[in-house]
Design a protein around this ligand. Structure first.
Ligand code: FES
Length: 67
């Protein structure tokens, strides 16, 4: 996931407070629209957490759920 990539790249800062267990929205990322179309649909659980994310956009996702 993007969370895993951020863990191994010091230049990518992504908080991921719950370490990918869909219990926070600190891993909120805004995806480029071109790339967003290629991703699987978010699950209901992800959408529920996304609703709590600050600055939600049409192409928002949770970084720990993008694989
Ligand atoms: Fe908490 Fe992604 S790290 S939902």
């Amino acid at each position: 996931s993007i969370m895993d990539i951020s863990h191994t790249h010091d230049d990518i800062e992504l908080e991921c407070a719950c370490e990918g267990s869909l219990a926070c929205s600190t891993c909120h990322v805004i995806v480029d629209p071109e790339y967003y179309k290629k991703l699987e649909e978010p699950t209901d659980e992800e959408n529920d957490m996304l609703d709590l994310a600050f600055g939600l956009t049409e192409t928002s996702r949770l970084g720990c759920q993008i694989v």
